[in-house]
Ligand binder design. Structure first.
Ligand SMILES: [Zn+2]
Length: 96
């Protein structure tokens, strides 16, 4: 069943994920779906391994850097990514 990932109420964060050493950094959070895809485009054009991750809630921190909510949401996405040989570029989904 296809999931609707274009829900405008869903907030997303954008991160860079290094699959080689499994490290990541969050660029921005609390983005609308549209903002997130624009940011993703921008980073990808620079050749960066950018991913969007759906947030489960709005993050309270102003900055994505050091945001604990980001880390929690990203952790789920990373589990999904590393569980596949071929990462889904646009929206790493949790597959439980
Ligand atoms: Zn955050």
């Amino acid at each position: 069943m296809p999931q609707d990932v274009s829900d405008p109420l869903k907030l997303k964060l954008v991160m860079l994920f290094n699959a080689r050493n499994q490290t990541y950094s969050v660029c921005r959070h609390n983005l609308s779906a549209e903002e997130a895809s624009q940011e993703l485009d921008r980073l990808r054009r620079q050749g960066l391994p950018a991913f969007t991750v759906e947030q489960r809630s709005r993050h309270k921190a102003e900055e994505a850097e050091g945001c604990g909510d980001c880390r929690a949401d990203v952790q789920h996405a990373i589990e999904a990514i590393s569980g596949h040989s071929e990462p889904e570029p646009d929206s790493p989904k949790r597959q439980l």
